[in-house]
Design a protein around this ligand. Structure first.
Ligand code: ZN
Length: 179
């Protein structure tokens, strides 16, 4: 296992669509383990393949308070609630940036686990927010795309001022990764 460098906004891989996983092999399981480890080192709650430069449809997630975590491969939305939630959202590819982002309150996804077995995951509140945020990544969509116009403007202003690079340089999880 190894920590993987996290791609920061501006890296074109974050705007690409990840491809379906077809091989459920040791390499995939190692990747999922490394992503989980990387996500924890960076104190994130979710991490998608694109964010470590791997265009495979998988993401990891964790709810530390509930001691639950997992990896979803080839996830698809089965159902989302009409009820929505409001709250600040951030992203490991936008270190230091948090903005109010509206999301459905609940989501159910169908996916595979790292062995290729079918699984269903239901999320409510924070978990639903994580799942939808990470699935977006696999489609090249970023949380800033969901922001209200004035927040998006403010986000771009801070990004253009170099805040992401500054923030990343100040965090051990973003620098000095072992190869
Ligand atoms: Zn993200």
């Amino acid at each position: 296992m190894a920590l993987l460098p996290i791609r920061i906004f501006g890296d074109p891989v974050l705007r690409e669509r990840a491809r379906q996983v077809t091989d459920f092999d040791d390499q995939l399981r190692q990747l999922a383990e490394s992503m989980l480890e990387t996500m924890r080192a960076a104190e994130g709650l979710g991490l998608a393949g694109n964010q470590v430069g791997v265009l495979k449809r998988l993401f990891t997630w964790e709810l530390p308070d509930e001691e639950r975590h997992g990896a979803l491969v080839n996830p698809e939305v089965v159902e989302t609630s009409e009820d929505v939630q409001h709250g600040d959202e951030g992203c490991l590819s936008f270190p230091g940036l948090f903005f109010p982002t509206e999301r459905p309150l609940r989501v159910r996804m169908a996916a595979r686990d790292v062995f290729g077995d079918e699984l269903t995951l239901e999320g409510e509140g924070t978990l639903a927010r994580i799942m939808l945020h990470e699935l977006d990544h696999l489609n090249g969509i970023l949380f800033i795309d969901h922001l209200a116009r004035h927040d998006r403007k403010e986000a771009m202003r801070r990004i253009n001022a170099g805040e992401l690079e500054e923030e990343a340089a100040a965090r051990p999880a973003y620098v000095g990764h072992p190869a």
